[in-house]
Design a protein around this ligand. Structure first.
Ligand code: 5GP
Length: 189
């Protein structure tokens, strides 16, 4: 997606060759116009897949998932990190290792909001080692539902998440794939 790549090239900040900061339009301040274009693009890619629900993970995935969901007219469910009174104990859960925080957390989704009949589109902001996305896949599979595909805004292609998802038979569609970020220079695939 050219518009997204342009914004990354012009504004994103590379930290330590492997973390990209995009807090100016996705992770802290949100450029709604850009995120709406991202949502529209995910709809263009997955519109014929019979999606019944979009699943993401808090917090940064939520805006992206909502932008896409408007076009699919399906509900968004976001996996919560840790225990929440709003979610209760009747949940599907999975362990996710946080790339940015360097710690493991349990993610939870209420069984009410993931049904065996669901055909689920997983959306997230970044793909690095694939732990967050695989945690979401695990939750969908625990429910006996189907993963229609995974849509990622920024995939770091030099990290193993993409390979992991594809080896699990997941259709992966990333809107911008970064080949390398050596010495602060961002190269796209
Ligand atoms: P993974 O689970 O694939 O290792 O990492 C994906 C999750 O970690 C995403 O949900 C995202 O929030 C965060 N993440 C991974 N890499 C980056 C990065 O380079 N920049 C930012 N801002 N978040 C990242």
């Amino acid at each position: 997606m050219e518009l997204l790549k342009k914004r990354i090239a012009e504004e994103a900040i590379v930290i330590n060759n492997d973390v990209l900061r995009v807090d100016m339009f996705i992770n802290h301040q949100i450029d709604v116009e850009l995120i709406n274009a991202v949502g529209k693009e995910f709809h263009r890619i997955f519109k014929d897949c019979g999606i019944t629900r979009i699943l993401t993970i808090e917090a940064s995935g939520i805006g992206i998932a909502c932008a896409a969901a408007q076009h699919f007219s399906v509900p968004v469910v976001f996996a919560r990190k840790g225990r929440h009174k709003n979610v209760g104990d009747d949940v599907y859960s999975s362990k996710v290792y946080s790339f940015t925080k360097d710690e493991s957390t349990d993610i939870r989704v209420s069984k009410k909001y993931m049904l065996q009949s669901d055909n689920v589109l997983i959306l997230d902001d970044f793909l690095a080692n694939g732990s967050a996305a695989m945690g979401l896949v695990d939750i969908v599979r625990q429910a006996g539902a189907r993963v229609a595909g995974a849509g990622i805004v920024i995939e770091k292609g030099f990290q193993p998440g993409g390979r992991l998802l594809r080896s699990e038979g997941i259709r992966l569609e990333s809107l911008a794939v970064i080949k390398s970020m050596e010495n602060g220079f961002i190269e796209f695939e």
